[in-house]
Design a protein around this ligand. Structure first.
Ligand code: 3H9
Length: 696
């Protein structure tokens, strides 16, 4: 019999120990092993109870996600759980680490559950585009009531042991070794003569208004369907026998397994883990970073400093004057107060961060001992060069010098120092202590251990770090500039910013591009356009309505007006009536007769522009793999996770059709719509972007 499930006896108790590192996923071998060991225990004449316990980090992290999308192999998990629950012996789960998805469902199939206080449980299947598919929707409500069960399933959140105990998911929580506390618990049960207690035989709780719950959950999902399907699956428990409820759940689970949403979310799950796993950095040790400096304490610099403090680093923040320093400290204090309020840090840690870990300075010579510096000053090459010259003069040898620039050439910045190998870009997204994305921009001369240090820092700060090469805007802002231009073209040709935002929000973006621009500040794009025009890089169809808004002092949310008017409060913005006349003036200037765009066409064009530029970014090696682009857009630009990222989405809708669209649009504007050579190549070879991920 396989070693994946160990078997030993402690008196009348058979102990089944799961050994499938790293997280005890319920692979076919584990399912078969559990089945066989259940048989063995039941055939063992002296055994009166069975205990299931996990070895290593977890009880079970759930079904083996790597098996999804392939033909499922027997024994199926619902059957195994039914087999466990139907055992004539008392079966107990002794839980530690996480018990997620199918892992919690196994525990719910046991007759009793005990856990250590640090254990966490949950049904996170919605994050994979699925619903619990091995009885979770049928058993959990019987223990907790419908509403708590639905809250747990539709959010997919991890529930701590104490809360799980109070919800009725666990029967006991005890400090100690999971095997030892489990054995003591089973011995007590046996001594008391405790009966088998199958959850499936428990009464159903009060039903709820299912249609109301379904509609509300669907609306919250912004196009994602699986949370709402949890409601229907729980409802199915009320339509007949337990077995019928199980069948209904299984059918919904299998139907969701066939959806693009499931594919997109599982792509996101594996890609967010693969993204910082770069073959070129295998075996390269990062430099040790304990003490970090940030140059510039504006919104971005203060956010970076906050993120570093929250990660336990010592931070020196350099500003130009004592007043600017005080303002920067105020921003950091406000950020940390937010973290304290949300319970992310203790009052003690909060005090230590502000009083001991943070120092606000005005003199470069105080930076001589820091391990890494992140420059976050005004986005101007001459200013950056001056900062780097000063850093080069004072920083110790081996100190990593990073720029937070979002567009400028890291190689040019590096070349102004005597140590270009120590220079790289660390492009954070605002607010930097909240946003998950970090672009690690590796220059021509950046040393491998400096790049590795960028990734190590990103990990420490809890970021999703993506490797980017040097170009205007790196991965994210370069692609953004293109799809934004596409949106501007559609506006010139007849769509309104509001039509575009509505179409893209319906597609699943958290916000449309014009609402995003208002949030980020219209002055940022204005500065970029002015720079590009000055460099002779003005777009062929140069829309100026956005400049008009800025010239009138409307920079978006921060001034109360932009594309939208925020007078009624940012929650309910209404279109700014000054915008459409500015657009109409642009159209007249360019001799354009506006036409109608429906939501479908808006999405097709916008996505075609995004995918085409993304394919150029991958083809030129700015992003190493398509998944790097996908994660950039997901974590930095509000791309809907359930669509996997633009290149996963492109694979799913079909590259050939997309290329046809692009070639069709190129008839109107051959320069803007020049097809990406990589896209043409993939179509010619009958391959897709994900094939490139697999090769890497
Ligand atoms: C389900 O159960 C469906 C059922 O209802 C019905 C079925 C019929 N499978 O995240 P980490 C890998 S759906 C396969 O870096 P952490 C992961 O890829 C499932 N592999 O560590 C990584 O591999 P690598 C419901 C898995 O400590 C390694 O383990 N369950 C699985 O930060 C370490 O992972 C979930 O959705 C898996 N289920 O976090 C739980 N889980 O080293 C998903 C992990 O090669 N998992 N791996 O990159 C998680 O949330 C986190 O991984 C976990 C550990 C909290 C467990």
């Amino acid at each position: 019999m396989s070693d994946v499930i160990g078997y030993d006896r402690v008196g009348e108790i058979a102990v089944l120990t799961v050994r499938n590192p790293p997280v005890n996923a319920l692979s076919q071998a584990v399912r078969q092993g559990l089945w066989d060991r259940m048989d063995q225990a039941e055939a063992d004449a002296d055994v009166r109870a069975i205990m299931i316990v996990g070895e290593g980090r977890a009880f079970f992290a759930g079904a083996d996600i790597k098996e999804f999308g392939k033909p499922l192999k027997e024994p199926f998990l619902p059957d195994l759980i039914h087999r466990i629950e139907a055992s004539p012996l008392v079966v107990v789960a002794a839980m530690h680490g996480v018990s997620l998805g199918g892992g919690l469902e196994v525990a719910l199939g046991c007759h009793y559950r005990i856990a250590v206080p640090q254990a966490r449980v949950g049904l996170p299947e919605v994050h994979l585009g699925l619903i619990p598919g091995a009885g979770g929707t049928q058993r959990l409500p019987r223990l907790t009531g419908v509403e708590p069960a639905l809250e747990v399933m539709t959010t997919g959140r991890h529930v701590g042991a104490a809360e799980a105990l109070s919800l009725g998911i666990l029967d006991a929580v005890e400090e100690g070794d999971p095997r030892e506390i489990g054995l003591a618990f089973v011995q007590r049960l046996l001594a008391e003569g405790a009966p088998r207690r199958p959850v499936s035989e428990m009464a159903l709780p009060q039903p709820i208004d299912w249609d109301y719950a379904f509609d509300a959950t669907l609306a919250r999902g912004r196009g994602q369907i699986s949370p709402a399907w949890c409601v229907r699956a729980v409802q199915a428990a009320y339509g007949g026998s337990f077995a019928q409820g199980m069948q209904a759940e299984r059918k919904m689970f299998m139907d969701l397994m066939e959806t693009d949403q499931r594919q997109g979310m599982i792509h996101a799950f594996f890609s967010e883990r693969a993204v910082s796993n770069l073959p070129e950095l295998k075996g390269v040790a990062p430099r040790d970073i304990q003490h970090l400096a940030v140059i510039g304490g504006g919104t971005m610099g203060a956010g970076i400093a906050t993120a570093a403090l929250l990660a336990g680093l010592r931070v020196h923040l350099l500003e130009m004057s004592a007043e600017a320093g005080a303002a920067a400290r105020g921003r950091i204090e406000a950020n940390l107060a937010g973290a304290l309020k949300r319970g992310k840090i203790t009052a003690e840690a909060h005090g230590a961060m502000l009083e001991q870990a943070l120092r606000v300075l005005t003199d470069y010579t105080d930076l001589s001992e820091v391990d890494l510096v992140i420059e976050a000053v005004f986005e101007d090459m001459d200013v950056k060069k001056q900062v780097f010259a000063q850093l080069d003069a004072v920083c110790k040898p081996g100190c990593v010098l990073a720029s937070n620039t979002s567009y400028l050439d890291i190689d040019v910045i590096a070349a102004t120092t005597s140590r270009p190998a120590d220079v790289l870009g660390l492009h954070f997204f605002s607010p930097a202590h909240v946003m998950k994305l970090l672009e690690v921009v590796v220059g021509e001369q950046t040393a491998p251990d400096v790049a590795a240090t960028g990734f190590a820092l990103g990990k420490r700060l809890g970021k999703i770090s993506v490797r980017a090469g040097v170009c205007d805007g790196f991965i994210g802002n370069r692609i953004l500039a293109t799809y934004r231009t596409c949106a501007d073209h559609m506006v010139l040709d007849g769509a309104s910013p509001y039509d575009i935002d509505a179409a893209l929000e319906a597609f699943g973006f958290a916000m449309g591009p014009f609402a995003v621009a208002d949030l980020a500040g219209l002055d940022i794009g204005w500065a970029v356009r002015k720079r590009k025009r000055a460099e002779g890089q003005a777009p062929t169809r140069d829309a100026t309505y956005a400049d008009r808004l800025c010239e009138d002092g409307h920079f978006g949310q921060k001034t109360g007006k932009g594309y939208y008017d925020y007078a009624a409060g940012a929650r309910a913005p209404v279109p700014n009536p000054e915008v459409m006349p500015m657009i109409e003036a642009d159209r007249a200037r360019l001799g354009i007769t506006p036409r109608r765009f429906d939501a479908d066409e808006i999405v097709r064009r916008y996505m075609a522009a995004m995918v085409n530029e993304a394919a150029k970014v991958v083809g030129e090696g700015i992003a190493r793999r398509p998944l790097d682009v996908d994660m950039t857009l997901l974590f930095g630009y509000g791309f809907p996770r359930y669509r996997g990222g633009p290149l996963k989405w492109a694979d799913m809708v079909g590259l050939e059709g997309l290329l046809d669209d692009i070639r069709g649009y190129a008839v109107e504007d051959a320069v803007f719509w020049a097809a990406a050579p990589l896209l043409e190549q993939l179509v010619a070879d009958g391959r897709c972007f994900d094939d490139l991920n697999k090769e890497s």
